[in-house]
Design a protein. Structure first.
Lengths: 334, 334
């Protein structure tokens, strides 16, 4: 059965109003990609273009002294360089504390361990848990499996050094948004399949899961929002090269390719109804349920990709911000 | 919990600020956003808390600078920049910031108030406004600025280009009727009551129509045996009689012909009805039919009443004198 694809669902009015006045504050990924050229040069141009957008120079990672922030160079995957972990430990909670292992977003091609971290620190402070943010290698310079292997290596190190970090290895939640959501799901799959650390949960915010990039929502939202089908194509091609969309893509690159979603830690999945990733996010939740697993799914009406971060004041953004907090509070509760 | 940290929020007072503010609220109105998003828009764009308090409609919304709904609503500070819902009305929207409103603040207040007005009209304003006779009366008041009257007409749902007339009633506030049959307040047209109908014209000319309607009302009667005459009088059919209305009233001295009417009226119960029928009928035969008496009976009665009056009412001159006398007699009543 093939459904007719209508126009994109209308943006929530408050989101639409904010976008209407965004002007040059919104990075124009489409324009960057339209220039063509080789993938590495394009990715570097994107990193320059989006640097201001993705980084909050005023972010205080200590949250006014609530956290002790340090960085560690730790062993990477076998035969690969070391990776950097940014470690934020709460000062007012006695160890061992729970930990959110954070994987930043950026379409597999941009961002770093600071991207989007400040907001996770807010909830971590509320919950009295630590945050560890992994600096994984980016595509296209480092295609699959470099990014996910780095994420997994950082997770292993964190769990193995739990005592040293003052964290509880039994209370680890892995979390990420967008490409970070995809890598989070992939890392959870790796942990399951390799008999790695048992995770309390996986938090997948508007996750990038499916390299085939041809869902109804991907086609419906072509040309819409920050990360449309064209941008998504670039991200997946950067990660997978010619293998993208083909028959031989690993589920650890694109978790939507996994054939067995049983035995995964409880998932929190959210997505906007007006974004590329809508259908793959919904499908992933459905397949977890089908496999007998636990998932909480939120589809925020009229939300475009990254809406809750870009327009945090909107009512729908506030609701979208509260839902994962409530979920984290539940699963991290003692 | 946001993945992206680029924030679309406060509008800087640059050259494009006004355009942005207008675009923002236009999109909210287009999206049929409610009061809360509008007040939130004011708060976020102005960079301070904002509140909307409409005592009349018992509506209050307060939003802090982060877009969160706040219940703690005290009295507004008189120094805060504010805006009314309608021109010259009481303030309903405030920016919670001391000092005079800057150019962006003023624009935010103006656009937010306009957007809020549209919502209130749509959701709870119109029906209330229709039942609010005071609003209608303002439309008749030439001392109120034309812009204000137009704004109130708009609030009442009267189109700016509507053709309307004022209707004056006994012991009731006036009404506005449109050429297409609508009526404010309420839906009922006033065909069953004594009514003076003003000339039809533009909304801004309602004070003129109202003046005509009030004059016309003074020429109306209860259309009973005790008070015979037309229940409904149109101002634009009064002709020169309207001039009489300006110089004759309850406090002016009656001319002898008015005394004559008074005298005749008390002479017999049928006198006044007979005089009115004779004055307003094309012939004595028609008058007899109207009075439901035989033609000869009427002739008999006229002989009697002419004696009391002191002049003949069976010739054109005498009938004009009678008509004027009845008109003046009525004008002395109210």
């Amino acid at each position: 059965m093939t459904d007719v694809i209508g126009p994109p669902p209308p943006f929530d009015p408050e989101l639409a109003a904010a976008i209407a006045i965004a002007g040059e504050k919104m990075p124009d990924i489409g324009r960057m990609l339209a220039r063509g050229g080789d993938a590495v040069a394009t990715a570097r141009a994107l990193r320059d273009e989006m640097a201001d957008f993705l980084l909050d120079p005023d972010a205080d990672l200590t949250r006014d002294g609530a956290f002790t922030v340090s960085e560690r160079e730790v062993s990477g995957p076998d035969g690969a360089p070391d990776i950097t972990l940014l470690i934020c430990r709460p000062n007012n909670a006695p160890p061992p504390v729970g930990v959110i292992y954070f994987v930043h977003g950026g379409g597999m091609v941009v961002g770093d361990r600071f991207t989007g971290l400040a907001n996770f620190l807010g909830v971590a402070e509320e919950l009295g848990v630590a945050v560890v943010s992994v600096e994984y290698r980016l595509a296209p310079e480092h295609p699959h499996p470099a990014p996910v292997d780095d994420c997994y290596a950082g997770l292993l190190w964190t769990v193995e050094h739990a005592e040293e970090l003052g964290v509880d290895p039994a209370r680890v939640v892995i979390a990420g948004g967008s490409a970070g959501g995809g890598l989070t799901a992939a890392t959870a799959l790796l942990a399951k399949d390799r008999g790695g650390p048992a995770l309390l949960g996986q938090l997948l915010l508007c996750p990038m899961l499916d390299d085939r990039n041809d869902t109804y929502s991907a086609r419906q939202m072509a040309g819409v929002g920050l990360w449309d089908q064209t941008a998504n194509q670039f991200g997946w091609s950067a990660l997978l090269g010619d293998a993208q969309g083909g028959d031989d893509v690993s589920p650890y690159a694109a978790p939507a390719r996994a054939t067995d979603l049983s035995g995964l830690p409880p998932a929190f999945i959210d997505v906007g109804s007006a974004e590329t990733f809508r259908d793959e996010a919904v499908e992933y939740a459905s397949r977890i349920w089908r496999a007998g697993g636990i998932a909480e799914l939120h589809v925020w009406p009229g939300g475009f990709h990254g809406f809750s971060g870009i327009v945090p004041q909107a009512a729908v953004s506030q609701a979208a911000g509260q839902a994962p907090r409530a979920w984290l509070r539940r699963i991290l509760a003692d | 919990m946001q993945e992206l940290v680029g924030r679309l929020a406060r509008v800087d007072p640059d050259a494009g600020a006004a355009v942005k503010v207008i675009a923002y609220f236009d999109r909210l109105v287009e999206g049929r956003a409610g009061l809360e998003p509008i007040v939130r828009g004011a708060a976020v764009l102005a960079g301070c808390a904002a509140r909307l308090v409409d005592e009349q409609r018992r509506v209050q919304v307060r939003i802090d600078v982060h877009g969160r709904v706040r219940g703690d609503i005290g009295l507004p500070d008189p120094d805060w920049p504010s805006a009314p819902l309608v021109q010259d009305g009481p303030p309903v929207l405030w920016l919670e910031r001391g000092g005079p409103a800057g150019p962006v603040d003023a624009m935010v207040l103006e656009r937010a108030a306009a957007a809020a007005r549209a919502v209130l009209e749509r959701t709870r304003g119109r029906s209330k406004a229709l039942e609010d006779p005071a609003s209608v009366e303002v439309l008749f008041d030439a001392a109120v600025a034309a812009q204000t009257r137009l704004a109130i007409a708009h609030r009442l749902g009267i189109a700016e280009n509507a053709q309307v007339r004022a209707v004056a009633l006994i012991n009731e506030v006036g009404r506005v009727e449109s050429a297409d049959g609508a009526s404010w307040p309420g839906k009922r047209r006033s065909t069953d009551r004594r009514a003076g109908i003003g000339p039809i014209g533009d909304v801004v000319d309602l004070p003129v129509s109202w003046s005509g309607a009030r004059t016309a009302l003074r020429f109306t009667a209860a259309e009973t045996a005790q008070d015979p005459g037309p229940r409904i009088v149109h101002a634009d059919q009064l002709g020169g009689l309207a001039v009489l209305a300006d110089v004759i009233g309850p406090d002016t001295d009656p001319v002898p012909d008015v005394h004559a009417i008074e005298r005749a009226k008390t002479d017999a119960p049928w006198v006044l009805a007979t005089l009115v029928a004779v004055a307003t009928s094309p012939s004595l035969r028609t008058a007899a039919t109207t009075l439901r008496v035989h033609h000869s009976t009427l002739q008999e009665r006229l002989g009697h009443v002419e004696h009391v009056l002191g002049w003949s009412i069976r010739d054109p001159q005498g009938r004009l004198r009678l008509h004027l006398a009845i008109a003046m007699w009525r004008l002395h009543q109210r």
